[in-house]
Design a protein around this ligand. Structure first.
Ligand SMILES: Cc1ncc(COP(=O)(O)O)c(C=O)c1O
Length: 359
């Protein structure tokens, strides 16, 4: 029976700095969207080189929905998404009134396969959402060129990849628009929160307009997607620590990669510019993901299927062989800056033992 303290699968890295930043806002009495939100928006717009500006909102899902709405996506339209993602994508597309069309993934990067996107694009396709999954950049060169040829905008979903780059360019500054999430498990967090960035000033203005139902002369249906200044102050403090977070994640990932080299597991794909939001390993064909996760839990370590269920399963459709195979063999193990070296040692030890035992 394991008696060591439980190691969660995810844990935010928050401390006195975040508490102090939130306290300043609370003491000021100005807690709703105001100058802290504007400052966070400026930080992201500058970081990703997007002068058209950022629009901070209260979740990543809201950012996706608002972006689609601001770009004119609606009823009768189709939006291509990756099949191997969380259902936030499915919901956001449906909130916009459009039909989600999943594309299969590249088995190496686990991101949307541009060749399958080409196969699934139609006259009705109004947007492609490229998720940079687990911190791994999607193939933006290929996706942007498909978008250009077919006159379809590409939205980057950077919910899991803030700080990652392609050829030195920060993700979030490449597509026609991009979104971020600041949910508690994400690279930077304020509990719940999100942000959208646009290359077009017109779309950014439209998103700003739709974010807030109040003080408009017309009766267009709008939302309340606003972020509070308390959230923005916490997110800004986290954003200032981004380099520290990314480095610690990399340090842990490198220790895992060195330690697991001789084991019978498939190691995650390395790419220049990736960050380590998740460390996802592939199991041997004769090992079941469920029993593997159970064995790790017996050692006091929470692991998880990295995606609850692929989108095609949610939709009850077939034809997604790579995504299905990823779902059947991949396990995500803890990697986050709040982990101590001792906890990293424990994970390494448990993975070694678990991967040797037939599960
Ligand atoms: C790739 C991706 N997109 C969007 C979202 C939605 O973000 P939120 O939970 O902030 O609504 C998530 C969140 O888990 C995500 O992983």
């Amino acid at each position: 029976m394991n008696t060591a303290p439980h190691i969660p699968h995810s844990k935010p890295c928050l401390g006195e700095e975040e508490a102090a930043a939130a306290a300043v806002v609370i003491r000021s009495g100005q807690i709703a969207q105001a100058k802290r939100v504007a400052a966070l928006e400026n930080s992201f717009a500058r970081f990703c080189g997007r002068p058209a500006g950022a629009v901070a909102v209260n979740s990543g899902t809201a950012a996706l929905h608002l972006t689609l709405a601001a770009m004119g996506t609606g009823k009768g339209d189709e939006v291509i998404i990756s099949d191997f993602v969380c259902t936030a994508l499915l919901n956001a597309v449906r909130h916009a009134g459009a039909r989600p069309v999943p594309a299969d993934i590249d088995p190496k990067t686990l991101n949307m396969d541009p060749k399958d996107v080409t196969r699934r694009i139609t006259e009705k396709t109004k947007a492609i959402i490229a998720v940079h999954l687990f911190g791994m950049p999607a193939d933006m060169n290929a996706l942007m060129s498909i978008g250009m040829q077919r006159k379809v905008p590409v939205i980057e979903d950077c919910a899991q990849s803030v700080g990652a780059t392609i050829d030195g360019r920060p993700l979030g500054g490449i597509g026609h628009a991009s979104v971020f999430s600041f949910y508690a498990t994400k690279v930077i967090t304020c509990g719940e929160g999100g942000l959208a960035l646009f290359s077009s000033g017109k779309a950014a203005d439209r998103a700003r307009d739709l974010r807030d139902y109040d003080n408009h002369a017309d009766d267009t249906t709008r939302w309340n997607y606003k972020m509070t200044d308390i959230q923005a102050a916490i997110a800004q403090t986290q954003f200032n620590r981004l380099g520290e977070f990314i480095n610690r994640r990399k340090e842990i990932a490198e220790r895992y990669t060195a330690a697991f080299a001789g084991l019978d597991v498939e190691l995650p794909f390395q790419a220049p510019g990736r960050i380590w939001f998740r460390y996802v390993i592939g199991l041997r064909k004769d090992h079941s993901v469920e029993s593997w996760i159970k064995k790790m839990a017996d050692y006091g370590i929470a692991c998880a299927k990295p995606v609850f269920a692929p989108i095609h399963r949610m939709l009850g459709i077939s034809g997604y062989g790579n995504s299905e195979s990823a779902w059947n063999r991949l396990v995500s193990i803890p990697v986050y800056p709040a982990m101590t070296d001792r906890e990293v040692d424990r994970v390494i030890d448990a993975v070694r033992k678990t991967s040797r035992e037939a599960a």
